[in-house]
Design a protein around this ligand. Structure first.
Ligand SMILES: NC(=O)C1=CN([C@@H]2O[C@H](COP(=O)(O)OP(=O)(O)OC[C@H]3O[C@@H](n4cnc5c(N)ncnc54)[C@H](OP(=O)(O)O)[C@@H]3O)[C@@H](O)[C@H]2O)[C@@H](O)CC1
Ligand SMILES: Nc1ncnc2c1ncn2[C@@H]1O[C@H](COP(=O)(O)OP(=O)(O)O)[C@@H](O)[C@H]1O
Ligand SMILES: [K+]
Length: 523
């Protein structure tokens, strides 16, 4: 499991070491890790000796890390320049940098555009303007410098701890931000590096241990690795039969949106469910059966199921009635439900804790509006896109159920406050029907997983997941499977575009390779 923390959590963990006078040691470890990563980036491009590095240094400890790192690089034969963004700089860091022969330029007495040209001409730019102590974004000349530099397109940017302007706690972004190729972060990954839009500015994230890791509290954000997902994936045994594997009831599609039904039923079928019972109008059912002859069409009274998927392509009175009826039957039987797309507006007053909502940003804004979650102020799609972590948490708290918010990073919030972030996909997945495939995969995993979720000594317990957060973990597994399938499918086309069907086609391969990973670890 990858864990991420708020800036405050990192500071709390550092405090005992700062109190015992070890602050300088922590900074040296951070600076050394940062310098190592810069060396790695330079070596990918050229010889170290004579390569040039510019550090943009703010007045706090983040600037201190940058200046110490640059002094280490100067001692290894690199040409180093520091642009000091404020009237003050970290005194020891600056002294070390000057002693190592670095050149110092001052933003206060210089021209931001000219300094941006200097920085853009170097092999690597280190962004050490703001770290966890930032309040808001860059202002004045520093903002101008960064905006010009971003436009010039520097060869390689290494961010110190977080890209300046990215909120370390939430991933909220205060523009302008210099988009990093690599972010070297210290002591613990900052939550803002695993949540959009911050994640989109961070590039590759490298964690440098500085000796505080054992002092960290429960993470703010979690990300399942391939190994975690492999452990949690349901698998058949010799005693399995189709009913024991899990049966999924699906209310999806409509006369107007036939494809949504086809996609989600087929996605469920290829992700290991024992059987799918489909409910919908005849026109959609014909297509569903043509694509997935393994499924059953039950026009009104469905047989027994272990979970429901309700909503993709649901439109019009007739299908909305089926959705409401399925909600009631799930409520009566205490069954888990994935609520997607057209069914999000049909939710009953209270939803039980084993339901999962799967909105995209626009649908989440509408849902929050209907709950009056932000008081009388309307929440827009743009609001959700700029603060997804905040709004997905709010929605989970307000509804009392798990909420999966789709995006480049998909966030899954449990009502307890635990949040997962998965980001294995490719932007090519922003294509019609992609969400229907995710809904099918999730419905299938829910139908298969129900029994394992309460085990005291099963895979969920082994990962330290409380019973109340296990539905969120199932949703995170679905998101990682979906993202990996998209990336694998795009790779077949040398990184080219995708259709939802292509994503779906790769799902069995992803499940197979994750299972193989689990087997190889057991051997
Ligand atoms: N603690 C440790 O032992 C370790 C910490 N480490 C490192 O320290 C970093 C945190 O350092 P930090 O707390 O000094 O804050 P930092 O992010 O450098 O910036 C705050 C400074 O900038 C200013 N400022 C604030 N907002 C601003 C704005 N919008 N625009 C302009 N200026 C603004 C603010 O000044 P003020 O405005 O309050 O006068 C303040 O001086 C952390 O990210 C990591 O890199 C590592 O070395 C490991 C050991
Ligand atoms: N830029 C992106 N990078 C990676 N995945 C994305 C991106 N944009 C969207 N996705 C994924 O594609 C899917 C889109 O779902 P959705 O918006 O419901 O589409 P549809 O309704 O057409 O099926 C989601 O799973 C989302 O996480
Ligand atoms: K920074």
């Amino acid at each position: 499991m990858i864990s991420a923390f708020t800036g405050q959590q990192i500071r709390n963990a550092e405090q005992p070491l700062l109190d015992s006078g070890e602050g300088a040691v922590l900074m040296q470890r951070a600076a050394y890790g940062l310098a190592q990563e810069v060396v790695r980036e330079v070596r990918k491009r050229r010889k170290l000796t004579g390569a040039s590095v510019t550090v943009l240094a703010g007045k706090g400890n983040n600037g201190g890390d940058g200046l110490f790192a640059a002094s280490m690089l100067a001692r290894r034969g690199m040409r180093t320049t520091a642009v000091l963004a404020a009237d003050a700089a970290h005194p020891e860091g600056l002294a070390a940098f000057e002693a190592a022969g670095g050149r110092v330029l001052h933003l206060e007495s210089g021209d931001p555009e000219e300094l941006a040209v200097v920085a853009a001409g170097s092999d690597v730019v280190i962004d050490a303007l703001l770290g966890t102590g930032a309040r808001g974004g860059l202002r004045g000349a520093a903002a101008e410098l960064v905006a010009c530099l971003q436009e010039l397109g520097p060869a390689c940017v290494v961010a110190c701890d977080v890209p300046s302007g990215v909120d370390a706690n939430s991933g909220e972004v205060h523009w302008p931000v210099l988009e990093a190729d690599v972010t070297v972060t210290f002591g613990g990954i900052k939550a803002g590096l695993l949540a959009d839009p911050g994640e989109g500015c961070a590039g590759r994230v490298v964690l440098v241990d500085i000796g505080i890791e054992h002092l960290l509290a429960a993470p703010e954000l979690r990300r399942l690795t391939a190994k975690d997902a492999a452990l949690l994936l349901p698998r058949p045994t010799r005693r399995s039969q189709k009913y024991s594997r899990g049966v999924l009831g699906v209310v999806a599609g409509s006369e107007r949106y036939v494809g949504a039904a086809e996609l989600c039923v087929h996605a469920a079928a290829v992700s290991g469910v024992g059987m799918v019972r489909y409910q919908g109008p005849e026109a959609a059912a014909r297509q569903v059966l043509a694509r997935t002859p393994e499924s059953l069409w039950e026009s009104d009274e469905p047989g027994r199921v272990q979970a429901w998927l309700i909503g993709p392509g649901v439109d019009g009175n007739e299908q909305q009635d089926r959705a409401r009826k399925a909600f009631r039957s799930a409520l009566d039987a205490g069954l888990p439900v994935v609520v997607d797309a057209g069914a999000l507006s049909l939710l009953p007053e209270r939803c039980p804790a084993n339901w999962i909502l799967t909105p995209h940003a626009g649908e989440l804004a509408t849902l929050l509006g209907s709950l009056h979650a932000a008081g009388e102020v309307a929440v827009t799609r743009e609001d959700v896109e700029s603060r997804p972590l905040h709004f997905v948490r709010l929605a989970a708290q307000q509804t009392g159920v798990t909420v999966l918010l789709k995006g480049a990073s998909t966030l899954v919030a449990s009502p307890s406050g635990v949040v997962f972030s998965q980001s294995e996909g490719t932007p090519w997945m922003a294509t019609a029907g992609s969400g229907d495939v995710l809904a099918g995969v999730l419905g299938s995993l829910m139908a298969q997983s129900a029994e394992a979720l309460t085990d005291d000594d099963g895979a969920y317990a082994a990962l330290g997941l409380a019973v109340e957060d296990r539905w969120a973990a199932v949703a995170a597994v679905a998101a990682t499977v979906h993202g990996r399938a998209g990336t694998a499918a795009s790779r077949v086309f040398d990184g080219g575009p995708l259709t939802a069907s292509a994503i779906m086609g790769a799902v069995p391969h992803v499940l197979g390779s994750l299972s193989a990973e689990c087997d190889s670890r057991k051997r």
